[in-house]
Design a protein around this ligand. Structure first.
Ligand SMILES: Cc1cc2nc3c(=O)[nH]c(=O)nc-3n(C[C@H](O)[C@H](O)[C@H](O)COP(=O)(O)OP(=O)(O)OC[C@H]3O[C@@H](n4cnc5c(N)ncnc54)[C@H](O)[C@@H]3O)c2cc1C
Length: 523
């Protein structure tokens, strides 16, 4: 029997791969999806166990997840075990790489903050001279954002602010709570616009590939999916330059297999896609693969207390809710010591305040905690990290994962631009919170290590020039016309925005273009 050649091989099943599968199969194209991890068993794998029943009493098994701040022993089966798939980094330059290999990828667990990029991001260089513009603008992506927002049911309020583009929202008419209204008013007096945030409601609280994208793809009868297989490399035909085969290993039996494909769509998440390209030695005539790694700075911020909510006086009308300050720096004027800008996540909680905010001990501390309970108010930064060529990943030939695949070495660090931005954010939010009458309990000027935001971006940037970019403006490889990359590795700048709406919109746009090119026989 002749060997089967699949029409489109999609590697990865998260937001980016799920969108590609939905669009391509709905256009009548047969797809095969490979995914490195298993399908989650939501009965067995989400069973709640008491801490005493766990070997480490709820704490983490040493070495299993040292870089995943979000992990504990209760949710350890969610994340990639770092002993199974390690990575290395430069001494003293820690990187938090947070990975999920379950079928559906990180779409199963994301926090669903949903924003569009604006032309301050797509055309950043035209605005301030730094870095490179994307080869596309908001007008190119806007129709796709609208369709994605419809599928994911993004709730939001329009503001008509160019750096916070409006979209196709489920209207958010919720009132501000008392503390939020005070913060909004104090911000206005200081020229800082505080807005409602935007978030994917999804269906039944889940806005994932497995409930919003893949069911449509499977319903066409055109999608086959194989979980638990790790793709180790792709090969190109030396005569045509086309990618012709993917080599993969069954993660449990370790059986080695391969498949021929007419087209390959990579959707492994930025850094796994890049690792696969580097291990395969393809798509890199520019030498740019792995370079310009970006994310967003998180961690810097302030903790406050609303005095009127203390001593048992917190009410749902006064406390609770969230807000977003979209980027306001470097729009109409220039900040003195940093480029680009940041947004601020604002939220208030009716719960306890972290004891680390107080200097007291023992009874005095307990009294303090009781009094402050329900009065917490928080601001956290989401800051743009500049695209720099020297922030890069490469293959560490001395370390391999559990299937003998060489691992990634990450060499990236923040610079004064990010640290100055964090300082500006903390000082600005402190001024607004004090004007609102809040007590400042703690200020943190230090961002968390790179990677913490779980928004790895860049490393296969798009561009018009094949000498300085890996992909063209349709997410198609300059070097191999049947290789398309639909995750966030195509990003040219990071922006302050959580990236998933952009990933989804670009994957939709690329997949429609690919279907067209296939129909016309160009690919
Ligand atoms: C806790 C958390 C909160 C977040 N909150 C937000 C938020 O509020 N807003 C926002 O915009 N974003 C958020 N994110 C980020 C968001 O989840 C990601 O941007 C998005 O899901 C990335 O989708 P993806 O398809 O590119 O990659 P992934 O979801 O990582 O999917 C990649 C898939 O590829 C598979 N794969 C990888 N390597 C291979 C291989 N070699 N062979 C076969 N398969 C492979 C993996 O198994 C995985 O399923 C959050 C993430 C987390 C974890």
């Amino acid at each position: 029997m002749p060997e089967e050649k699949v029409d489109v091989l999609i590697i990865g099943s998260g937001h980016s791969g799920g969108m590609a599968a939905k669009i391509l199969t709905e256009k009548g194209i047969n797809c095969l999806m490979l995914n490195a991890g298993p399908v989650a068993d939501t009965h067995k794998d989400t069973e709640v166990k008491p801490a005493y029943a766990l070997p480490y009493r709820g704490f983490k098994q040493p070495g299993q997840l040292p870089h995943v701040f979000q992990s504990n022993e209760f949710n350890a089966n969610t994340w990639v075990d770092e002993r199974e798939v390690p990575y290395t980094y430069e001494p003293g330059q820690s990187y938090n790489w947070v990975r999920v290999r379950l079928f559906g990828g990180r779409s199963l667990f994301w926090s669903r903050q949903s924003f569009r990029l604006s032309d301050y991001e797509f055309k950043g260089k035209s605005h301030d001279g730094y870095g490179d513009d994307w080869p596309i603008s908001l007008a190119d992506v806007a129709p796709y954002y609208s369709r994605v927002e419809g599928i994911f049911r993004v709730s939001g309020r329009p503001y008509g602010i160019p750096q916070y583009p409006d979209g196709n929202f489920v209207p958010d008419n919720s009132p501000w709570t008392g503390c939020m209204q005070r913060f909004v008013d104090a911000g206005k007096a200081k020229g800082v616009t505080v807005c409602k945030a935007r978030s994917s409601m999804g269906v039944d609280g889940l806005a994932s590939s497995v409930n919003l994208l893949l069911p449509d793809a499977f319903a066409t009868g055109k999608l086959r999916a194989i979980p638990n297989v790790v793709v180790r490399s792709l090969t190109a035909d030396p005569n045509t330059g086309l990618i012709n085969r993917a080599h993969f290993v069954d993660r449990i039996s370790r059986r080695e297999m391969s498949v021929q494909a007419r087209v390959v769509v990579l959707a492994c998440g930025t850094l796994e896609t890049t690792r696969l390209l580097l291990n395969s030695g393809i798509a890199n005539s520019s030498g740019v693969v792995g370079h310009y790694l970006m994310d967003q700075i998180y961690g810097a911020g302030i903790t406050c207390s609303v005095p009127e909510a203390r001593d048992g006086k917190s009410t749902p009308q006064l406390m609770g809710g969230g807000a977003l300050i979209p980027r306001f720096r470097n729009i109409n004027s220039k900040a003195s010591n940093f480029l680009r800008g940041y947004a601020v996540n604002v939220f208030s909680s009716g719960g306890g305040v972290d004891p680390r905010n107080f200097a007291e001990y023992g009874d005095a501390l307990n009294k303090k905690l009781e009094g402050y309970h329900g009065s917490g108010f928080y601001c956290g930064i989401m800051g743009e990290v500049l695209g720099r060529r020297e922030n890069h990943v490469s293959i560490d030939k001395t370390v391999s994962d559990a299937w003998d695949i060489p691992v990634l070495h990450i060499d990236t660090k923040y610079t004064d631009n990010e640290f100055n931005m964090a300082r500006d954010m903390v000082d600005t939010c402190t001024a607004v919170a004090e004007a609102a009458g809040f007590e400042i309990l703690a200020k943190n000027y230090d961002p968390n290590p790179p990677g913490y935001s779980i928004h790895e971006l860049g490393t296969c940037r798009m561009g018009d020039d094949p000498k300085t970019s890996v992909l063209n403006k349709w997410n198609q490889s300059h070097d191999h016309k049947n290789l398309w990359i639909v995750d966030a590795s195509s990003f040219v700048s990071s922006g302050w925005q959580n990236p998933t709406m952009t990933i989804l919109a670009l994957s939709m746009r690329a997949s429609e273009k690919l279907a067209d090119e296939m129909r016309q026989g160009n690919v």
